[in-house]
Design a protein around this ligand. Structure first.
Ligand code: ZN
Ligand code: ZN
Length: 426
């Protein structure tokens, strides 16, 4: 149906700007910014011919907008997201995580948008907005109320909103979700091209591991052993994390069946993960399984720890079995239940605070890695112990500074073995 003259005038306008005419056509509301969007074009001159040309431009812009409008009947981006999340080849944890991100950060903004209208600019604007403020406030001050309905803000301690950016890594996650969904839409011929393909996402933040210094690490280990109690061997846990670089979830999920005290090897096959707020032990995929060699001291400590566990169980008339966890929680000795990763973190954090050291348990993993690299152990071996994939690429990215230091050491070894040319010698 053709627009009536009046409608045309409302949707578009021509105004004089100096020596030219500007044509302006309303094309809709931007779903990300909530602002009106106009298509504009300038025609040189202000005479009758220019007016004619401007009219032509307006007709073209209006039909361009109409074309976009007719695309409004195409599927909504929210539907594309649903379809992709339902059918994509993802493991269940990743699917849950992606669904969470989609519901929190994507659907409220672009869910109702026809997928044909989702543009590269829209995506980049959304990323920039989220990097400014994770709730994408409009920049005007407002109070974040802690409860709904009538209440006393002072009593409830409601605070003014402070903009917090969404982490670059999270925005990168959002990008991969939208990119996955949009490229599916492209395959399904709902759109001609995936606008996410060329969209700029935030740079991957440079990881900055901050391992404790050797003297701090020694203090932490000493303090941990001093905390050993009737029912747990906290010192052994901390020691094991330090010498093997094992992840928190991995040490919690470690069972005696994976500890070979004869060979001095632990096998890391599972990890304690949180899914929908509920913790559970998850077996890693076979290709991610790794064996870590233990030094003599660590083997001895684990053997002593096993003997103590056996004794504690004997007092309860229970036999230690292979499917029991190596470390049990601090409240109750029950090696049929894993140590909660949260409890490990907070216990470690408290201990460090008492020593006046600002660190967390994950930094011990960094400590393990950086000490090995600094001692000249090759990248591949260190990557293997840490369970990094990609033949050391991740390790190199995280620990570049330490790799450089050990490389310098290697160069010096070579240099010191060369006989230096004496001056005047040919
Ligand atoms: Zn309030
Ligand atoms: Zn804000």
């Amino acid at each position: 149906m053709a627009d009536s003259g009046e409608q045309r005038r409302r949707r578009g306008s021509v105004r004089q700007r100096g020596n030219s005419l500007q044509v302006r056509v309303f094309s809709g509301v931007d779903p990300v910014t909530g602002k009106d969007v106009y298509l504009t074009e300038t025609v040189k001159g202000t005479d009758r011919a220019a007016e004619k040309a401007a009219e032509k431009v307006m007709t073209r812009l209006l039909s361009q907008v109409d074309q976009q409008r007719s695309a409004t009947s195409s599927v909504a981006f929210g539907y594309v997201l649903d379809e992709w999340l339902r059918t994509a080849e993802l493991d269940e944890d990743t699917r849950d995580m992606y669904r969470g991100y989609a519901d929190r950060n994507i659907r409220p903004v672009l869910g109702d948008e026809p997928v044909r209208k989702v543009s590269t600019r829209m995506l980049e604007t959304l990323y920039a907005e989220l990097r400014r403020c994770r709730v994408r406030c409009d920049g005007k001050p407002f109070i974040v109320h802690r409860v709904d309905g009538d209440h006393d803000c002072v009593k409830k301690r409601c605070k003014p909103h402070e903009c917090k950016p969404l982490a670059a890594s999270t925005v990168r996650q959002l990008h991969s979700i939208m990119s996955g969904a949009l490229s599916a839409a492209e395959r399904w011929e709902w759109i001609d091209a995936n606008p996410a393909r060329i969209a700029k996402r935030p740079k991957q933040p440079q990881p900055q591991p901050t391992p404790p210094s050797p003297s701090e690490a020694a203090q932490l280990v000493d303090a941990a052993f001093a905390m050993d109690g009737e029912i747990d061997d906290w010192g052994t846990l901390v020691w094991l994390v330090m010498t093997t670089g094992i992840r928190r979830g991995e040490v919690c999920a470690l069972k005696w069946s994976r500890v070979d005290l004869e060979q001095g090897i632990i096998e890391v096959r599972s990890s304690y993960v949180l899914r929908k707020g509920v913790g559970r032990v998850k077996d890693t995929k076979t290709h991610q399984m790794r064996r870590i060699a233990l030094d003599t001291e660590t083997t001895v400590l684990l053997r002593e720890h096993k003997d103590r566990s056996r004794q504690r169980l004997a007092e309860l008339n229970v036999k230690l079995t292979d499917d029991m966890y190596v470390f049990s929680g601090v409240r109750k000795f029950d090696p049929t239940q894993p140590y909660s990763p949260h409890a490990v973190s907070s216990r470690y954090k408290d201990m460090a605070e008492r020593l006046g050291i600002d660190t967390h348990i994950h930094a011990l993993r960094h400590y393990s890695a950086t000490e090995l690299l600094a001692a000249g152990i090759d990248l591949r071996t260190v990557a293997g112990r840490l369970g990094h994939g990609g033949g050391g690429a991740t390790t190199l990215r995280v620990y570049a500074a330490w790799v450089a230091a050990s490389d310098r050491k290697a160069a010096e070894i070579l240099g010191s073995r060369m006989s230096k040319p004496k001056p005047g010698q040919k």
